[in-house]
Design a protein around this ligand. Structure first.
Ligand SMILES: *[C@@H]1O[C@H](CO)[C@@H](O)[C@H](O)[C@H]1NC(C)=O
Ligand SMILES: *[C@@H]1O[C@H](CO)[C@@H](O)[C@H](O)[C@H]1NC(C)=O
Ligand SMILES: *[C@@H]1O[C@H](CO)[C@@H](O)[C@H](O)[C@H]1NC(C)=O
Ligand SMILES: *[C@@H]1O[C@H](CO)[C@@H](O)[C@H](O)[C@H]1NC(C)=O
Length: 506
């Protein structure tokens, strides 16, 4: 654990155990509440600590206290993935050379509130970095699977973890064999490692997915330092308590971060501003008042409107966008007609194989057994063949169909589906590609017009710099702002080819 710290800095969190303490008529699942005192009144830590102790001693049975702005129930937040930092204008080849003018972030400390960090990832090497900035006052805390001495360096200059607010809300001990987790800054989920490396990852050469997308990965500010504040825990995909988030804001402001990055949101509908339940809005306000830039994800509740989160006007809110990178995957029919599907297939070409289209039985044209997401085929019909199927708008259709076809001994899969900028992963190494419904229909027309239809699937290629209009990604939250429509959100970043996922765990 780090050295003893002042109890409160700017926003004071008091963990009030017991019943009905400061809380008139507000429900929460635990008895933890956030006692919001606003900005601190003076710099004397002993006086501040004593006044908080006096307040705690005096609160039982009382509803109002001088100096308390508001008492807010603890609440839980969820993880999001936000942004790819390698967007236009920050490219190392960009004519404006913003990256070089800013010395790639050298000397800037980026605080990341997330699930922690996997320090062995090459993105967190401190090679080429300058000394730890002199304005840094934070600490590196050890814990399960995390040793301050060996896991912090000149890239990861600070690491802390905040779990009390989460445990109070969770209401039971965290079983780390059921939910893989470490009581330390170590990241069991991967999300925090992803966001920290996106913001400030060092250069790592020769990263690819089975040879596809080969290149050098880096964060937006590859020479910046990171300070890790683990506030999200690996339960139900990642949960973070507002009490822990606020505590982390307090510490980060004290530690001397220059920028704060949070890919954390709550859920739709948002709490109205009037209730001040949004810990990120409150915490970030104090950070921004101290000159710290706070960047938050817009969340992943697209494609409907009014889904943007983190809408406070002092936050820079960032949506996800489509990329200028493509993975065309050639489909050659027996009549020599070629289509470009998209996929992540890196094996050999399949050679010409029989092409099979499973037919709907009965009256329901979407009956189970026929559409991709509920495909029913067996070896007697598809062994050695490439299957064409059409998908309803169900996430996971490509992967589930690929697993079924592979299991039945099929040679490959073509999924016709609604076009989207997302690329669904297929079963590893299985020849599989996506086309839109129009191309799917043309392939079906070929099947219907030929006695023995055949097809060849070729390996995917990587194309970068594809001239496309960047669009807000389908999954990404978007405006208008549901709380205050006059405050325009979100800032969209056009993202480029970057394979973050390859560095999650080593
Ligand atoms: C934790 O979870 C594991 C696996 O489900 C179980 O075997 C074990 O008994 C649990 N431990 C506790 C203390 O509940
Ligand atoms: C990256 O791969 C290229 C081509 O295979 C090779 O020449 C180069 O040495 C590799 N670089 C590193 C740092 O491994
Ligand atoms: C397809 O192209 C190959 C090579 O160009 C050629 O040999 C073959 O005859 C063509 N087949 C058809 C059906 O046009
Ligand atoms: C791909 O083809 C090459 C050359 O024919 C062969 O050596 C290799 O084993 C094949 N790879 C797979 C995955 O079948």
């Amino acid at each position: 654990m780090g050295k003893p710290r002042p109890v409160c800095a700017l926003v004071c969190l008091l963990f009030l155990w017991g019943q009905g303490m400061l809380m008139p008529k507000v429900e929460a699942t635990s008895s933890v509440h956030i006692v919001y005192l606003g900005g601190k009144q003076h710099d004397d830590h002993i006086l501040t600590t004593n006044s908080h102790h006096d307040m705690l001693a005096g609160v039982v049975g009382r509803y109002e206290l001088p100096g308390v702005i508001r008492v807010i129930p603890n609440s839980l937040h969820r993880l999001q993935t936000t942004r790819s930092w390698d967007f236009l204008g920050l490219s190392s080849h960009s004519p404006v050379k913003t990256l070089h003018k800013s010395n790639m972030g050298d000397g800037v400390i980026i605080g990341v509130l997330d699930t922690g960090i996997w320090p062995e990832s090459k993105a967190f090497s401190d090679e080429g970095l300058g000394p730890i900035p002199s304005h840094w006052k934070g600490v590196c805390e050890s814990g399960t699977g995390f040793e301050a001495k060996s896991h912090c360096n000149r890239k990861i200059i600070g690491a802390r973890w905040f779990v009390d607010g989460f445990l109070a809300e969770y209401g039971q001990p965290l079983n780390t064999s059921e939910n893989r987790e470490f009581f330390s800054p170590r990241d069991a989920n991967g999300h925090g490692t992803h966001t920290a490396s996106t913001a400030a990852g060092n250069f790592v050469d020769n990263v690819s997915y089975r040879g596809l997308g080969l290149g050098t990965i880096r964060g937006g500010a590859p020479r910046a330092q990171v300070a890790i504040y683990k506030v999200c825990w690996n339960v139900l995909g990642g949960l973070c308590a507002s009490a822990d988030i606020l505590k982390a804001f307090d510490e980060a402001i004290h530690d001397g971060v220059d920028v704060l990055s949070l890919s954390i949101g709550s859920s739709i509908p948002l709490f109205s501003d009037i209730d001040e339940r949004d810990g990120i809005a409150t915490g970030s306000f104090h950070a921004v008042a101290k000159g710290i830039t706070v960047v938050c994800g817009a969340s992943n509740d697209g494609p409907s409107g009014q889904t943007v989160q983190n809408t406070a006007p002092w936050i820079l809110t960032v949506a996800a966008s489509s990329m200028d990178r493509a993975f065309p995957t050639p489909i050659t029919l027996g009549n020599n007609k070629t289509f470009q599907g998209k996929g992540l297939y890196s094996g050999n070409d399949t050679g010409f194989r029989s092409l099979f289209y499973p037919v709907a039985k009965g009256l329901d044209p979407n009956s189970a057994g026929y559409v991709c997401q509920s495909l029913l085929v067996d070896a007697s019909t598809v062994a050695g063949k490439v299957v064409l199927c059409f998908a309803s708008m169900t996430p996971g259709a490509v992967r589930s169909a690929a697993e079924v076809v592979k299991e039945a001994g099929g040679a490959g899969l073509i999924v016709a589906k609604n076009p989207s900028e997302a690329l669904s992963p297929c079963t590893d190494g299985f020849p599989c590609t996506e086309v839109d419904f129009e191309i799917g229909t043309q392939i079906l027309f070929y099947i219907r017009s030929t006695r023995s239809p055949v097809v060849k699937l070729s390996p995917s290629k990587t194309i970068v710099g594809k001239p496309v209009l960047a669009k807000v990604a389908h999954f990404s939250s978007r405006g208008p702002n549901s709380i205050a429509p006059a405050i325009l959100k979100v800032k969209m970043l056009k993202s480029k080819a970057i394979l973050h996922n390859a560095i999650h765990f080593n």
